[in-house]
Write a protein that binds this ligand. Sequence first.
Ligand SMILES: [Zn+2]
Length: 284
Amino acid sequence: MIASLRRLTALCALGAALAACGTAGNPGPARPAHANPAPSASPSVSRPPTLAPGPGGLTPVFEHGPRDLGKTVALTFDADMTADEGPRAASGEHFDNPDLIATLRLLKVPATVFMTGRWAEQYPAQARSLGRDPQFEVANHSYSHYAFTGDCYGLPTVGPAGMRKEVERAYASLRTAGVPHPLPYFRFPGGCYDRQALRALGATGVTAVQWDVVSGDAFATDADAVVQQVLDGVKPGSVVVMHCTRSAAPTTARVVRAVVPELRRQGYRFVKVSELIGGTNGHR
Ligand SMILES: [Zn+2]
């Protein structure tokens, strides 16, 4: 009883974090963009577009693409798994969502997956498959899915000294799993960040990627309500946050099967986050 109550509490905390916090601290709009600030270490692989750092080297924050460059929309999927959820996975809980990935492939929807390092360790074959498929981009969602601010829906907190390590450890896990070129984009767990977090990650060179449309798929049981929320929210250049975590977001594949044809009927084209950032930079 106590154990199940505890588990429920933990689930709710994660659920709140998954549900995405549109009110999370935002120290200001993204800085005007420019082309890649750092030279590519590997000339054979073109470096994805990033935003220019903010004042004092603050990590830049991207929320949506240009509103006036046509009807594009980026579906993003957070592959959440916290560092302490290994025992739950071992006892049969599914933090992956193969049906969702198969659906995106079937419908030929390009998408960006923000993957925790812990998820990549649990599901290396899927991480590798996503990382090697040009239809997808795999980006960083921290190693542990712990919060980068003091108050983020009950998630355990990473101190400033550990923030950069969280990002670097996640990249190491992604590469070990077989994702050859994870993107220099980072999504804060729960979407929670503040100035201190942006400062702590400045040296990593990532662009933080938020969203302007909350799908509401976390712990949803009514797929139609999620579909409606997405359709009501999408505008040209939108970034939609959804989840690639079966146990915490069981309706997402169904939502995608409904949302994709409808948005295409409305004239939308699905793109990856890099294309929206590239469009913001005016380098397309
Ligand atoms: Zn997450």
